[in-house]
Design a protein around this ligand. Structure first.
Ligand code: ATP
Ligand code: MG
Length: 218
């Protein structure tokens, strides 16, 4: 499994000179955690949204196993290949943790048994008694873990997360980083996280920094 960008560029105006980044050629392989580091406003979320198939680059293509992801359709790509964890979790707060996971599975036309779901909650450190509580009653760090379980349950090859440790304390940040490492290294998935924290980036296998509109591996 390789996800590869080929000369991709993006700009929000009609003028290509206003690009946030261009001619970006990056490779993401399975079994590794990648981080994308950059200042606020540099274009990290924009770049992730292209990898997540939520938007298309203004220039260039993205290939999954040498197939242009737009060829089989971005909806298909999102349904079968990639799971996204957003900056603001995007959980359905009136639902329980378990219902959030089940809803994501239904959207992907998948089903896994309850025992497996409970195993995933255990993996991320959500105690059993919280699984059937409305997520509104969970802390920020716990909600982030629920969002991770939701991304894992669909068993997609690529997990993309935007500032997954944004509002968390040091210990919880370390826990979450460890979960991502375990997912990549043990389950052989591709994990791509955006962060502005150098300490988080330092723990990942590969870091690409978006600086002065260019990506460089650091
Ligand atoms: N929908 C949009 N329309 C126009 N401009 C946008 C839009 N979304 C983002 N931008 C601009 O594009 C630039 C990059 O935004 P983006 O959200 O990708 O940055 P970021 O690196 O994720 O920042 P942060 O670290 O603050 O989340 C910013 O200048 C932002 O104002
Ligand atoms: Mg952002």
């Amino acid at each position: 499994m390789t996800l590869r960008t080929q000369n991709i560029g993006y700009w929000y105006t009609n003028n290509p000179d206003d690009y946030l980044f261009k001619d970006v050629n990056l490779n993401f392989e399975k079994g590794k955690v990648y981080s994308i580091l950059g200042q606020s406003g540099s274009g990290k979320t924009t770049f992730l949204s292209l990898l997540a198939g939520l938007d298309s680059p203004k220039a260039g293509e993205i290939f999954l196993n040498d197939k242009d992801i737009t060829k089989s359709g971005l909806t298909n790509y999102r349904k079968n290949a990639v799971s996204t964890i957003f900056q603001a979790y995007n959980l359905m707060t009136y639902m329980t943790a378990r219902q959030n996971v089940q809803t994501a599975l239904e959207i992907s036309n998948k089903s896994i048994d309850n025992a497996k779901i409970e195993e995933l909650f255990e993996l991320v450190g959500i105690p059993k008694e919280l699984i059937d509580k409305p997520v509104l009653q969970l802390s920020g760090g716990q909600q982030q873990r629920v969002a991770i379980v939701r991304a894992l349950a669909t068993e997609h090859d690529i997990i993309i997360a935007d500032e997954p440790t944004g509002n968390l304390d040091e210990e919880t940040t370390q826990d979450i980083v460890n979960i991502f490492k375990e997912i990549a290294h043990q389950q052989n998935k591709t994990v791509i996280i955006v962060t502005h924290e150098t300490a988080v980036a330092n723990e990942t296998d590969v870091t690409f920094e978006l600086k002065k509109k260019r990506f460089t591996q650091i």
